[in-house]
Ligand binder design. Structure first.
Ligand code: GTP
Ligand code: MG
Length: 198
């Protein structure tokens, strides 16, 4: 898929205030600092459409970006950042979960997993929650700057093995690097296929 336009639309704390439900949208979620905002920039060929940071906790709102004037990418706050206060953590979790449960035009979410580290309990628990709630999703392994690297391959294989313990069929998964522009067309073509099926 070719990106012809990508525009920031609005940031919200509440899914009810997000744009009208006219177009499909795709939400990016994952641990703080996993690379959600960077991936949105990579997919859209923009350097600073979504705000990124070396420090966790940068994205704190539900951010809508309108792509090709046909569909939205949605950047969400991260989960699992130890340094954030309990109150704020609960606020972000509720914001994300309400959005994911009740946003009717959310065609698929992508759960982002850091390919450089072994499987993390918090990610597996989040995926479990998504499955129990019937939320459609794909998995994106991020920061695979050298996708053929044996450690990255081993981490991805280990994550898939963990998922197989509770899933008969694995969700679609992608390997990306925003730094090296790996996986852009794979993710965009998957979104296009869903858009065309709607
Ligand atoms: P929050 O908004 O805080 O939840 O984080 P986020 O998931 O949006 O992460 P963000 O995109 O802000 O990136 C976090 C850090 O990871 C930044 O320092 C990025 O430069 C770095 N990063 C993102 N993608 C990649 C990648 O593909 N490779 C490498 N090496 N670093 C990356
Ligand atoms: Mg972010």
């Amino acid at each position: 898929m070719k990106i012809k336009s990508a525009e920031f639309v609005i940031s919200n704390q509440d899914y009810k205030k997000c744009p009208k439900l006219d177009e499909p949208e795709y939400a990016f979620i994952g641990r703080s600092n996993v690379g959600k905002s960077s991936l949105i920039n990579m997919l859209t060929n923009k350097t600073s459409l979504a705000k990124t940071s070396g420090k966790p906790g940068k994205t704190q709102l539900i951010n809508h970006f309108f792509i090709n004037k046909e569909w939205y990418l949605v950047d969400l706050p991260g989960y699992g950042w130890a340094q954030v206060s309990k109150v704020l953590k609960e606020k972000w979790d509720k914001m994300n979960k309400d959005y994911l449960l009740f946003r009717e035009n959310m065609a698929s979410m992508f759960v982002l997993i850091d390919s450089r580290i072994p499987p993390q309990k918090i990610d597996l628990e989040f995926i479990q929650w998504a499955g129990e709630n019937g939320i459609p999703f794909g998995i994106i392994f991020t920061k695979a700057d050298k996708p053929g690297n044996s450690k990255i391959q081993a981490n991805i294989a280990a994550f898939r093995r963990e998922l197989k313990k509770s899933w008969d069929e694995l969700p679609p998964n992608f390997v990306t690097s925003s730094a090296q522009k790996v996986g852009q067309q794979e993710v965009l073509n998957y979104i296009q296929a869903i858009n065309e099926s709607l």
